[in-house]
Design a protein around this ligand. Sequence first.
Ligand code: BG6
Length: 512
Amino acid sequence: MPTTPVVSRVITKEELCLMEQVPSSCGIVIFGASGDLTHRKLLPSLYSLVLEKVLPKQYYILGLARTAMSDAEFQAKARESLGSAGTPAQRDEFIRHCLYMAGDYQDIKTYMTLKQKLAGLDQVYETQGRHILYLSTPPSLYESIVQQLGSSGFAESRGEGGWVRLVVEKPFGSSLATAEHLNQSLHKVFREKQIYRIDHYLGKETVQNILMFRFANAIYEPVWNQKYIDQVQITAAESVGVEHRAGYYDQSGALRDMFQNHLFQLMSLIAMEPPSSFSADAVRDEKTKVMASLCFPQGQQIDEATVRGQYEAGAIDDEVVPGYRKEDGVRADSTTETFAALRVNIDNWRWHGVPFYLRSGKRMPKRVTEITVQFKHVPSSIFRPLMAEQISANVLNFRIQPNEGISLQFEAKHPGPKLCMSSVTMHFDYEEAFGIKPPEAYARLFQDVMLGDQTLFSRQDWLSHSWTFLDPIIERWAEQKGKGLAFYPAGSWGPREADELLQKDGRQWLTT
Ligand code: BG6
């Protein structure tokens, strides 16, 4: 007979907040540790976990890369990346845990030396064979590193209570075929439960908050469907250009760089059905179903539902900036898109007929990521002569970054004549409400890897759907070469064609 679990007492919301688990001691190996990401994001995030007292007492961070460097040199670089956060003693303590090893990724000797090194460190730090292996090298090296890890026996932990988890930085493939090939290579060595595919957007507090907003409040769910929602817009705008990443970006472009992962993740969270629980697979099952319900435009339909652009010289905050083709490392005749806009339709009962407009670009007027849900107009107006369409529709805005928060726009009586009304906004500001800035996304993600929680990581099937949707678009754009690439001046909201995409549907972009 199944027994009903006995709940001794109800846990309060306040107690739940304090229940963040402290992970067990572990060693973190960062492959590609001389790179930019390690110093810009990974080390500062790990250090922030120390400051918040959520990193285990016993831990070590071993950077591995080809560059010859001593522990002291690596530590000096690491110190620079911490800035002035915490006390000098806290910084010294953290830096002592950062070590370095130089090695050739293709050479089995590197892995033999690494193995010995980890065995020694595990003794010192009592980490009992618990290892996070973080791949932050150029993606072309992932397969050979994983293969070498497999042949030198890194995938399984030997110690009791040990575990080994592999973190894979984006980009995860550059097409369906390459992503599946990479998955197969990973699965030859690691089990799916050991693989953590990073999408740092999922670690952002405001992105996680979409789930709370939708499923911890009863008032939105009844109107969260095609009966009440007219359209959803997702904008991820950046004012920066390609920066020093032309080598990668010129091969990638905005679709692969921002849509395949970040924008589609945001769309999945907005569109998913309520999961059966807040467990990794329940949440990811529902997100995958959204991707499986996408309508696939083909041929001519692709041209009608997509826009691609590239920035030309212009000005941002009064500073003159060069065009994309004049950036260091970019081909002079490059047709890589630095901006894209898509109309996406999700063909299921909840969303049939509701367009999702997605856009992202570099060198736009400001950095802003937001999701805007526009509701339908009132069905009929009692405020004649005003007609229903003249009464502004409600707009719900999730401000992912910066100035994180949520706002709801609605109609209110304006002081004055009887029929005077205008749109007003109710606003929740993250920093004002909680008195702190949202933490760094990578810190949350590191903590989850240590705890073995895969909820905020991309699953293989979700990724395959995402590539299946994008591949035909990428292929068509490649066939058309420069034809169809629209140019926009740096500092603008993208090419005119992106506005026309919505105008054809009688709509416009709603960026705040
Ligand atoms: C990365 C992209 O994944 O996300 C970059 O490769 C982009 O091109 C970055 O600039 C944006 O991240 P964020 O957190 O600054 O919005």
